[in-house]
Design a protein around this ligand. Structure first.
Ligand code: SF4
Length: 610
């Protein structure tokens, strides 16, 4: 059942199988994540039992069966398991999936395979990659099916608690001035938005409890989607001087007095916007919570700036905004406190007309992670009133020099580490030639397109490179910062020289390798000088041969056409020159992308080539 509802009656999986068998179905397949725990003798003899990794193969087989066939999928819902883990009802495995973003190609295959919104985009100087949001991860681990070697699992670990700072927010916030609060002569309408699983409903409950403690009138009406995790949530909160002053629980169209926008997408949705009016107050969390679009389209954008502008236009003022997700993770070690932090920010902004004491008491009465939630609340107040007191670790943005010079230099330096000076020089020569031509014709964008695409092709991730990136001290350090305990790192690979069999779609199966792989990687990384030579055992595979050929193909494409490009045609050529950026992924995922993109470039070239 959705939302963790109990199933009424004594129905069991075996009873379902017997039921459909009694109705005449003769082909029944039972798929489970733990087939070893199934008492198979309880099932009709026609039933077959399969591990969930074979789900696709089973579906393909069943579609060939004439008449009705039944597939029963047996597994506890991952969201429900997470809920039970949080409540201590089942064990929380000390296992975490982490993506090494240097190895990641940003192909999005893990999002497609897992359909999971905890796989989030991660913007890096080398483009958009993916990361696992460990705060919202359900530990279903289906993302490991993404066809790439980027994933490691950290086994035997616990996440470090308390974030990356030692300061005590209660002490820092002690002298903060009290905000001016709105009067409650008329009912006060406060809209709280967010996504399921992040405590939006809790925010509404805390505010109304605080109002109740003060003898004020309060009501809350929650709109939650069916999927309790990640679905849009709106809480209509109404506050008044006394309970008798509240006659309805909805906020009328155009009647909201304030918005606590826990999610920018939900806050800019038509349903939320319908309640907005000119002159209302608003605070926004600018953290980007992924949507289904990002699962389906790897480069989809949430257009945060546009959405914030739209809200500003509707309410007639720019909302105060913070990245509550990042602050919560850095200050408290988990994004789950983001909405309480935003509540503190909104309270300090004067948008929540209940007293500080009452709100703090409500957090205590709530009884869940009281100390950390009080800290989150105080950090939110400080982020509003004294942002300069926030620890640097919470606010420092990743250094991003976006200049063309920096972009080229970063890639050139990377290629020196990838192979050597000569290899990096090959990159620099073509990029300099394009830059000189672009300066002569007065266009813009060609050089960046070539720098990005040529780098992408030259830094292809073969065995030596994956080994180098997995042994990168910065990556290993990041794991130590995130986790504590005597943990071990496991790798998930499909090495071409160790054929591990194929799945129903013909994709090589991935296998898990233990911590010894780190030593093997170190050895392999030191052998990068063999790359592309006759002594390179991996260099003979079709994949590696194609990757080397692609570099020559691209250099030839640029060299052949560059002199003929004028200012008027530069925009079209930019699109063609940057198209190889779409050749992402590993193995079959990359092969499909290469074939498609090459065909598109060739089709685009046809008019000019003739
Ligand atoms: S390479 Fe593709 S499948 Fe692997 S982590 Fe990155 S986006 Fe996911």
């Amino acid at each position: 059942m959705t939302g963790g509802q109990p199933v009424d009656g004594p129905i069991s999986v075996a009873a379902i199988a017997h039921g459909v068998r009694a109705e005449g179905v003769s082909r029944i397949a039972l798929v489970s994540d733990q087939p070893e725990k199934v008492t198979f003798s309880d099932f009709p003899k026609e039933t077959t039992l399969h591990h969930r990794r074979d789900l696709d193969a089973v579906q393909r087989e069943l579609r060939t069966v004439p008449g009705v066939s039944v597939l029963i999928y047996e597994q506890a819902c991952a969201t429900e398991k997470r809920r039970r883990r949080k409540r201590g009802q089942i064990e929380d495995p000390k296992r975490f999936a982490v993506i090494n973003d240097l190895v990641c190609e940003g192909c999005g295959d893990c999002s497609v395979e897992s359909n999971c919104l905890s796989i989030e985009p991660k913007e890096t100087p080398f483009g958009r990659k993916r990361r696992v949001n460990l705060s919202s991860c359900n530990k279903d681990f289906s993302c490991l099916n993404g066809f790439c070697p980027s994933f490691v699992t950290v086994e035997g670990a616990t996440r470090r608690k308390g974030g990356q700072v030692d300061s005590d927010p209660a002490t820092l916030a002690a002298g903060l001035p009290a905000p001016d609060m709105p009067r409650l002569d008329l009912p006060y309408d406060l809209l709280v938005t967010g996504v399921g699983g992040t405590g939006v409903v809790t925010v509404g409950a805390l505010i109304t409890m605080a109002a109740h403690l003060e003898g004020k009138g309060a009501s809350v009406l929650d709109f939650t989607g069916f999927a309790q995790k990640f679905g849009p949530v709106l809480s209509f909160i109404r506050l008044a001087a006394s309970p008798a002053a509240i006659h309805q629980v909805r906020i009328d169209a155009g009647a909201a007095d304030a918005l606590i926008g826990g999610d920018i997408v939900v806050s800019s949705s038509p349903k939320a916007s319908a309640t907005y009016r000119q002159g209302m107050g608003a605070v926004l969390n600018l953290a980007e919570a992924p949507t289904g679009d990002i699962v389906r389209h790897r480069d989809a954008s949430l257009n945060v700036d546009l959405r914030a502008e739209k809200i500003a236009g509707t309410i007639g003022a720019v909302p105060r905004a913070i990245d509550a997700g990042r602050l919560s993770e850095r200050l408290l070690g988990d994004t789950v406190y983001a909405n309480i932090l935003l509540l503190g920010f909104a309270w300090q902004d004067g948008l929540v007309p209940v007293s500080l004491d009452a709100l703090r008491r409500a957090i205590e009465l709530n009884g869940v992670a009281v100390e950390t939630n009080l800290k989150a609340f105080d950090w939110g107040r400080l982020a509003h009133a004294r942002p300069e007191t926030l620890p640097e670790a919470a606010t420092d943005a990743p250094a991003t020099d976006d200049s063309l010079d920096a972009l080229i230099a970063r890639r050139e330096a990377f290629l020196v580490d990838y192979q050597d000076e000569a290899y990096a020089g090959r990159f620099r020569r073509l990029v300099d030639r394009v830059r000189a031509h672009e300066a002569a014709i007065g266009s813009d964008g060609l050089t960046e397109a070539v720098a990005r695409a040529l780098f992408k092709l030259m830094a292809y991730k073969d065995e030596y490179e994956v080994a180098r990136l997995h042994t990168d001290p910065a990556f290993l350090e990041s794991l130590k910062r995130e986790f504590e305990g005597d943990f071990r790192i496991h790798y998930h690979l499909a090495p071409p020289l160790l054929p591990p069999g194929k799945d129903a779609r013909g994709r090589p199966n991935k296998r898990q390798f233990g911590p010894w792989m780190l030593s093997a990687f170190r050895l392999l990384a030191r052998m990068k000088g063999l790359r592309g030579t006759v002594f390179d055992p991996f260099g003979y595979t079709a994949e590696r041969r194609e990757e080397r050929a692609l570099i020559a193909w691209y250099e030839d494409l640029v060299e052949t056409h560059l002199d003929g490009i004028d200012a008027a045609g530069a925009a079209d050529w930019k699109k063609r020159f940057e198209a190889p950026l779409q050749m992402r992924g590993y193995g079959p995922v990359k092969a499909e992308a290469v074939a498609r993109v090459k065909a598109e470039i060739d089709a685009g070239l046809a008019p000019s080539a003739r």
